[in-house]
Structures are given as C-alpha cells and as structure tokens.
Design a protein around this ligand. Structure first.
Ligand SMILES: C[S@@+](CC[C@H](N)C(=O)[O-])C[C@H]1O[C@@H](n2cnc3c(N)ncnc32)[C@H](O)[C@@H]1O
Length: 457
C-alpha cells in the first residue's frame, strides 16, 4: 500500500479466465489501509484542513472522509502518508509548533471504493488489460459498448460493474452488429440492468426522447449538429432530408429557423414528431416520413404551396414590456401597423446526414425548380436564376482518403458525378471525425448549381 511511506492504494487483483468468470465476487475487493492521522480538538480540525502547510499532506482519496470523530470528542484529520518519515518538512514543523499528536487510522476499502477501470484492471486476463473498455459512451440512461470478441466471455461482469459504478446508468448494452442496415440502427444485447431502451437525452438545450434500439442516435455528433445549426440564419428555411429524431431540426427550430424534416424510418418519424411537440417548435418544424429522394424532389414545391410562418425576431421580456409601456403612453397608436415579414417559401439549406449513401441521392436535385416539378409555375420570383439565390446543400459522406486535399478531390468528384454537373462558386469541406482507422467523415457544403436546379426533368 505504500512506497517510502507515501500512500498508494491498489485494488486487490483477482484475475478471471473464461472458465472462472462465474466466480466473480464483490468481496474480493475488500482491503484495509493504515494511514497517519493528526489528532486534534474538534474546534481545530477545520483550521488544520485549511492550513497551507498541509495542502500536500492531507488525505485525498475519493469518497473517503478526511475528518473522523473520536469517542473522546476530538477529531482525526487523515493524512496521505503511512510513516512519519514521509511527512513534508512544513507539515512536521506545523505539528511540532502546535503540539499535535500523530496516530494511525485504518481505512476499510471495498468494492464501492474502486473505479470501473480499477475493477477491470484487477479481474481481466493480462492480455486484455490494454484494450479494456473505458470512457463509456452513453445515451440517456444507457451505456453502450462495442466489445471485441476476446472480451465476450467477460461481458456480463463488464456490464454489471458499469451498472454498479455509473450512477446515471440503468441499462448496459453491447452492440451486436455493424451499422449497415437501412435505418442505421444497432441490434443490441442487454448486459446488465433494465430491458428499457426508451431514453431521454439532452442536446443543444433541447430534450430528445426515443427508443435507442429502433432509431439512429449518435451523441458524438453533438458538436457537428451545433456547428451546422449555428451557420443558419434565424430567418432561414432548412430541409433536413435524413432528419432522424430531430437533432438538427429541433435546435434549428428553437433558434427561429423554419424546417421541413424528413425520415423514412417510421419510428424516427414518430419520435421526431414527439420531440417537435415536446420542445415547442410545432409552428416552425414540419415532419415527413418518406424516402429522401422523393422528399428532395417535392420540397421546393411543397414550400411554395404551403409556406412556413414568417420569422419573428425574439424579444426579451424587458423589450416586450418597454413596447407595451410606449403603446400605453401613445393612445393614438394603440394598434400600430408593425410591418410583418412575409411567410417563408424559399429553401435556404438542404441537410443530408446519411454519410454512407447521401451522395447517391444528389441526382434527385436535378430539376427541383423546373416548371414540371414546381407545378407549371414560375419559381424565379422566389429563386432567382443566379448562384447566390440557390439553396446550400450540406452533404455528409465518408472517404478512405486520409489527407485533406485528396479527400476533397475524392468527395468533389463523387458529388459532381452524382449531380451530373460541376460545382460552382461556394464550396467548403468540413472534417467531422475519424470513424475507423482508415475512414473519415466529412460534410461538404455547396450551392446547388443553377443548371441542376432548373434542369428539365
Ligand atoms: C445517420 S442518420 C442521421 C440522423 C440525424 N440527422 C442525425 O444527425 O443524428 C440517417 C437517417 O436517415 C434515415 N434514412 C435512411 N435511409 C433513408 C431514406 N432513403 N430516406 C430518408 N431517410 C432515410 C435513417 O432512418 C436515419 O435516421
């Protein structure tokens, strides 16, 4: 427990094998450690805890109280040394000056004291220590793991330890397959805890409720969702082609952005509708449940037919009160004609987060503003035939090109091929994250080329 008198606590080791895994016992982790303690009258304990000379000498073990009451009314202030010889000179001086007596105190440590990592390092076979699960991904009350085959014999112990140790976790699951199905959902096995996958998760000051086993959700995309939403102006309209349960659409709606949000998975749609209601953005966010290609084709026409409400600048309570006061002072202007903004009928952004195949959907943009698609109308009053009036497309994708320049070339080529036209003007590429050792996720943002939007279909 100590090296040269300085306290070091070590979790008792009990290595398991695939055969002995059923013998796991929480009692294995009981141990005792004896430390030095300063015995002082009760009124002096607080002073000692504040003393600069003891800053590096007081016990600092998580969950362990540093001041222990004694039967005679005095207090033991615990130190992080096991022998007097290990005390720092300034601590020795203080104890001598104040005539403080040192004694020993034994701490009982048990299973509850050790961290998840401590327990894994104590029970897993030596050859599994390096890659042992750590830094657990969570969504709502679920901790989700992706265990490699060699950890599978220990999966229930791993699940139980995480459940025991992480206070907000009520379910631990292991994802069973790779995410290559149509709706990007994982099959999962419950390792410990409740068989309940319906979670509540906060992101960007919004609350999302969904069944983690039936819809796509990735908490690692939090910053990417926030990044893109921040680029929208509150008066914009966004069409989210693969919206999931709404992590772009709902926070955008909260900022005043009007949104058409679509997902083909009926469960994603159902939960997205709930999230729109729960986060009070029903006026601004409309949900659809159709194939992304069809959604892209009809989105512009839909918005011309049924525009979304105009942007209402957010007013603070103080501004609203000041407005009311000034109206009261000017009776002649009781109902002033505030110029209202027109309803929103033009799409400013398309968001396409289905990185595996989103690029393949880009052909659907051909002719979205053609008179055939727009129902024989002339859309040029809304979308001028010039690049700056075209919607931006934010298309997520993967590439195996790991250098930025090569990734850019690869992605641009695939986008242009799918759309059947070169990109014009505004194009930017944002590296989102590395998803596998040789696979990166990017977001390419570009103006829809005029020729593509107005192409005859
Ligand atoms: C990678 S998830 C992204 C979800 C959400 N936008 C996010 O950022 O978390 C892709 C979504 O596309 C949906 N999806 C898959 N194929 C689709 C299609 N053909 N049309 C529309 N949605 C589709 C899936 O159900 C899933 O919710």
């Amino acid at each position: 427990m100590s090296s040269s008198g300085t306290l070091q606590v070590k979790c008792p080791i009990h290595r398991l094998t695939a055969e002995t895994v059923g013998t796991f016992d929480k009692e294995w982790f009981r141990t005792q450690v004896t430390v030095l303690a300063a015995k002082v009258p009760a009124h002096k304990a607080g002073l000692l805890m504040q003393a600069p000379a003891l800053r590096k000498t007081l016990l600092d073990l998580p969950q362990i109280k540093r001041v222990i009451p004694c039967e005679d009314g005095s207090r033991l202030v615990l130190l992080r040394v096991t022998e007097k010889a290990a005390l720092l000179p300034e601590a020795v001086t203080l104890f001598e000056q104040e005539n403080i007596e040192l004694s020993e105190h034994t701490l009982d440590l048990d299973y509850n004291f050790w961290t998840v990592e401590d327990i894994f390092q104590a029970v897993l076979p030596e050859d599994l220590l390096e890659g042992a699960p750590a830094g657990f991904a969570t969504v709502g009350h679920i901790s989700h793991l992706n265990l490699n085959d060699e950890y599978l014999p220990y999966k229930y112990i791993i699940g139980q330890v995480i459940l025991d140790k992480l206070p907000t976790i009520r379910t631990v699951v292991n994802k069973l397959d790779n995410i290559d199905n149509k709706f990007r959902v994982f099959e999962m096995e419950v390792l410990a805890g409740e068989n309940n996958f319906v979670v509540e998760q906060s992101e960007s000051s919004c609350t999302f409720r969904f069944d983690f086993s039936q819809v796509y959700w990735n908490s690692r995309l939090h910053t990417e969702h926030a990044r893109l939403v921040d680029t929208f102006k509150p008066e914009d309209v966004v069409a989210d082609v693969f919206a999931g349960v709404g992590p772009f659409a709902v926070p955008a709606g909260k900022r005043g952005v009007a949104v058409l949000a679509n997902d083909l998975n009926p469960k994603s749609y159902e939960y997205m509708v709930g999230n729109i209601k729960h986060n009070k953005v029903t006026e601004l966010v409309r949900a659809y449940n159709e194939d992304g290609r069809e959604f892209i084709r009809v989105a512009a026409r839909r918005l011309l037919d049924e525009p979304l409400p105009p942007y209402k600048p957010h007013k603070s309570i103080r501004e609203l009160k000041a407005e009311r006061r000034s109206r009261n002072q000017q009776p002649s202007q009781l109902n002033p004609q505030v110029p209202s903004l027109p309803p929103r009928n033009k799409i400013d952004h398309f968001v396409m987060n289905l990185p595996d195949t989103a690029i393949e959907f880009l052909d659907a943009f051909r002719g979205i503003l053609s008179s055939e698609r727009i129902g024989g109308r002339d859309p040029t009053g809304v979308y001028r035939k010039e690049p700056s009036s075209m919607p931006m497309v934010h298309c997520y994708c993967f590439t195996r090109e790991l250098e930025f320049d090569k990734a850019e070339e690869d992605i641009r080529q695939r986008v242009e091929k799918a759309m059947g036209a070169p990109l014009e003007g505004e194009v930017s590429l944002h590296a989102v994250r590395r998803v596998a050792p040789k696979k990166d996720m990017y977001c390419i943002s570009f103006r829809l080329p005029v020729g593509v939007a107005f192409a005859t279909t």
